[in-house]
Design a binder for this molecule. Structure first.
Ligand code: AVI
Length: 311
């Protein structure tokens, strides 16, 4: 597990390394400070951002089938916040979930959202783990017979090739035979739909991306002038991913702590990749990490998929 102080130190180090590399890049996990997490929640409610809504529809439609795979005495272990409609829905309808573990990088967001869940589900054992799940960590000891990991929202798409391999391998080592993994995976689709999902009319995604500059100003005493930068998101066909960048609108010098970083006009910071997969592509990845694909649920338009894997 990584504690908060260590996370702050590595944020500074990673920012300097990332902004001095060519091309400039920052890890997407840094988009999620408290404000970033709030903005992400807002994105999920925009009409253009179909993944959250579609995944929720799949969970509702397939509740009986999901219940069958989860069984009657399971601990559901969620990566991400405990505030989403999805987890509330599953905890409310699946009586086989006896225990819930919420794992999130943002401690304040995690504690606040889990507090509400505890009140609503007084008979549920609830655990919180503040951790960066992209690095190894351990689970608290659990009472339930079976562990089921829950990784909704296609966050797997935000990992690069090596990271997703490491992540899936790590997940399979947290489990023993018969345990399960429910994972949401965004599907390849029409580029126009993808483009508008990451360039919403209300510009919430823009605010989410540019919040990273404000976060560096707040936490690292940087002096980014936000107006001098712009949000840029597009589908990279060859790579099969939506890329999100922050573009510098002029030549400029920015101070971060004691250090200076220069930007050329048009130069970008690559802040996030969001890979899209076919069902087959994802199942192949899962198999490489020793998972057995047991079931896949999709919506009528084939926008999104939810997979049930076993070890
Ligand atoms: C969290 N993750 C799956 C989102 C995505 O679609 O890649 C993050 C996001 N970035 C911009 N909009 C949403």
């Amino acid at each position: 597990m990584t504690n908060v102080k260590e996370m702050e130190k590595s944020f500074y180090k990673d920012v300097l390394t990332g902004l001095r590399s060519v091309p400039k890049r920052l890890e997407p996990k840094y988009l999620y400070d408290y404000r970033g997490s709030e903005l992400f929640e807002e994105i999920t409610k925009t009409p253009e951002y179909y993944p959250t809504r579609t995944e929720m529809r799949i969970l509702k439609k397939e509740l009986n089938s999901i219940s069958h795979y989860i069984g009657d005495d399971a601990a559901l272990i969620e990566f991400g916040s405990g505030s989403s409609e999805k987890i509330k829905f599953l905890l409310h309808h699946l009586k086989g979930i006896k225990e819930y573990v919420a794992i999130d990088i943002s401690e304040s967001f995690l504690l606040q959202s889990v507090e509400k869940l505890k009140k609503e589900h007084q008979h549920l054992y609830v655990h919180t783990v503040c951790a960066d799940y992209t690095v190894p960590f351990s689970l608290p000891s659990l009472k339930a017979k079976k562990k089921v990991l829950f990784f909704p929202g296609s966050t797997i798409g935000n990992f690069d090739k090596q990271e997703r391999k490491t992540f899936l391998n790590q997940m399979s080592t947290l489990l023993t035979k018969g345990d399960g993994f429910i994972i949401g995976v965004d599907l390849k689709k029409d580029e126009k739909l993808l483009h508008s999902a990451y360039n919403d009319a209300k510009q919430v995604t823009r605010a989410f991306n540019l919040n990273l500059l404000q976060r560096m100003n707040r936490e690292l005493l940087a002096n980014f002038i936000v107006e001098n930068f712009e949000h840029k998101a597009f589908y990279n066909h060859e790579e099969g991913r939506v890329e999100m960048h922050i573009e510098s609108l002029k030549n400029q010098l920015v101070t971060i702590g004691e250090e200076e970083v220069s930007f050329q006009k048009g130069e970008t910071i690559h802040t996030e990749s969001s890979y899209k997969f076919s069902v087959q592509e994802f199942q192949n990845l899962a198999k490489e990490a020793n998972f057995i694909p047991k079931k896949v649920w999709t919506d009528e338009e084939n926008l999104f998929s939810v997979h049930y894997l076993e070890v």
